[in-house]
Design a protein around this ligand. Structure first.
Ligand code: HEM
Length: 406
C-alpha cells in the first residue's frame, strides 16, 4: 500500500472522509504502516494486539517525546518531558502518577458528581424547555466544568474560562477557536501561557490557604521526603485540565450522535436501564475520542516482521484497535449490551488514563439522565467536527430533543 492511497494526514483526521474506512483498510492491508510526511513521517499501528503490545512495554516504547504528533508538549527539548505525567517514563512517571492519582479518589469523585449533576441538570432543563439546541456547546461543556470546579475549587465561570483556554490549545488548528491570521505555534504557546498564568495564581492561593483539591494535594506530596517543584505541579495541573476538558465533552456529543444514528440500540437502552453499565463502555469503545497516542522507540524493533529503527515515532490508533474484529465480534456493530469489552479508549498499562474514574462518572451521569428523563434526540442540522490531528471531536451538534413517557 503506497502512501498516496491512504491519507493518514497528521493535521486533520477527516481529510480523507470517514477515518474508520482508512483504519479498516490499514488493519487489513498494512497493519504496520509508515506514513511518510514532510517532517519525517511516523508509523501507524492499527490492530488491537499490536497497539496493546506497545502500551505494555514502556521500556521499549517511550512517552518522553510526548503523545501527540507535531502538537502540544511534544519535543524532548520541551521542559514538560519528564515532569508531566503524559510525557514521562518510569521511574519518574510512577512517582508523579501516585500523587496525581490521589486526586481521583472516591471522595473527590463524589463531590465532583454533585457539581456535574447540578450543571448538567440545569442545562438539560433549558434545552428541554427550548425543544433543542446545540448539544456540543449547550450541554457537553457542563461535564468538565463540574469536574474542574471540584478538582480546582473554582466557580462555574472560571471552569468555563479554563475550558475555553484548553480548547484553544487542543483546537489550535481549528479556525473556530483561533484568530485566522495567527501562526499555529503562536496560538498554542499563547493558550499554554494563559493556562499557566491561571494555574500559577491558583498555586499561590493554595500555598497561602490549602483546599481540598488537586493543587493542594500536589503541594503536600513528597517523593523521598522532597516536595514537587512548582513546574511539576503546574505541568500536571495543566495535564489534568486538558485531559479533563478535551475528552468527555467530545465523548458526550459523540454519544448523542451515535444514539441518533442507532435508533434500535437507543430504544433497547431506554427500555432496559440495567444496560447502563455495558452501554457506557460500548460508547467509550465506539467513540474513542482520543484517536491515537504516540510512542518513540528506544531501540530497533520488529513488529509483524517489519523492522523499525530506534528513535522512530509510532502512533497507536485506539480508535482503530477498538474496531478490530480479532478482538471484538461484530466490531462494526454498536451493542449496548456488549460483554466482555476490553476496549483501549483509555489506553492501558502504566499511562492508562488517570482520569478514567472522572470520565466514567461524568458519562454515566449523562446517560443515566437521558434515561431517567426519557430524552430522545434528533438531528437538526449539519454536524461540525473539530479540525484536529488526534481528537475525534464534535464542535457543533444541532439537535431537537423530545421527552418520552418514563
Ligand atoms: C472519555 C474521556 C477520556 C478519554 C477517551 C481519555 C483517554 C486517555 C488516554 C488514551 C490516555 C493514555 C495516554 C498514553 O498512554 O499516552 C489518557 C491519559 C491521561 N488522561 Fe485521559 N481520557 C479521558 C478523560 C480524562 C479525564 C476526565 C481526565 C482528567 C480530569 C484525564 C486526564 C488524563 C491524564 C492526566 C492522563 C495521563 C496519564 C499518564 O500518563 O499516566 N483524562 N487519557
Amino acid at each position: 500500500m503506497s502512501t498516496a492511497v491512504v491519507d493518514l494526514d497528521d493535521l486533520d483526521l477527516y481529510t480523507s472522509g470517514d477515518p474508520h474506512a482508512v483504519w479498516a483498510r490499514l488493519r487489513r492491508e498494512a497493519p504496520v504502516y509508515f506514513n511518510d510526511t514532510p517532517n519525517g513521517g511516523y508509523w501507524a499501528l492499527t490492530r488491537y494486539a499490536d497497539v496493546n503490545a506497545v502500551y505494555v512495554d514502556p521500556a521499549t516504547y517511550s512517552s518522553k517525546n510526548g503523545t501527540v504528533l507535531g502538537g502540544s508538549y511534544r519535543s524532548d527539548r520541551d521542559t514538560a518531558s519528564g515532569q508531566m505525567l503524559i510525557c514521562s517514563d518510569p521511574p519518574a512517571h510512577r512517582q508523579l502518577r501516585q500523587h496525581v492519582h490521589q486526586a481521583f479518589g472516591q471522595r473527590m469523585m463524589d463531590v465532583a458528581a454533585g457539581y456535574v449533576a447540578d450543571y448538567l441538570g440545569a442545562a438539560l432543563d433549558r434545552m428541554t424547555a427550548d425543544g433543542g439546541g446545540d448539544f456540543a456547546t449547550d450541554i457537553a461543556p457542563q461535564l468538565p466544568a463540574g469536574l474542574l470546579a471540584a478538582m480546582f475549587t473554582i466557580g462555574h465561570a472560571d471552569a468555563l474560562h479554563l475550558l475555553r483556554l484548553t480548547r484553544t490549545m487542543i483546537g489550535f488548528r481549528d479556525p473556530e477557536y483561533t484568530a485566522p491570521e495567527a501562526p499555529e505555534a503562536m496560538i498554542l504557546a499563547g493558550a499554554q501561557v494563559e493556562i499557566f498564568d491561571f494555574m500559577t495564581d491558583l498555586l499561590a492561593a493554595r500555598r497561602r490557604e490549602p483546599a481540598d483539591d488537586l493543587i493542594s494535594i500536589l503541594l503536600a506530596a513528597r517523593t523521598n521526603g522532597r516536595p514537587l517543584t512548582d513546574s511539576q505541579i503546574l505541568y500536571n495541573a495543566l495535564n489534568v485540565a486538558v485531559g479533563g476538558d478535551e475528552t468527555t465533552p467530545f465523548t458526550a456529543s459523540a454519544i448523542v450522535e451515535t444514539l441518533m444514528a442507532h435508533e434500535r440500540e437507543a430504544s433497547r437502552l431506554h427500555a432496559d436501564h440495567a444496560l447502563l453499565g455495558t452501554a457506557v463502555d460500548e460508547f467509550f469503545r465506539w467513540t474513542s475520542t482520543n484517536a491515537y497516542v504516540c510512542r518513540t522507540t528506544t531501540r530497533e524493533v520488529e513488529i509483524r516482521g517489519v523492522p523499525i529503527p530506534a528513535g522512530a515515532t509510532l502512533t497507536l490508533w485506539n480508535a482503530s484497535a477498538n474496531r478490530d474484529e480479532d478482538e471484538f465480534p461484530h466490531a462494526d456493530r454498536l451493542d449496548v449490551g456488549r460483554t466482555p469489552n476490553h476496549h483501549l479508549a483509555f489506553g492501558v498499562a502504566n499511562h492508562r488514563c488517570v482520569g478514567m474514574p472522572a470520565a466514567r462518572m461524568e458519562i454515566t451521569l449523562l446517560v443515566r439522565e437521558f434515561l431517567r428523563r426519557g430524552l430522545r434526540f434528533a438531528p437538526a442540522g449539519p454536524v461540525e467536527r473539530l479540525r484536529s490531528n488526534f481528537m475525534l471531536g464534535i464542535r457543533h451538534l444541532p439537535v431537537t430533543v423530545s421527552q418520552s413517557e418514563v
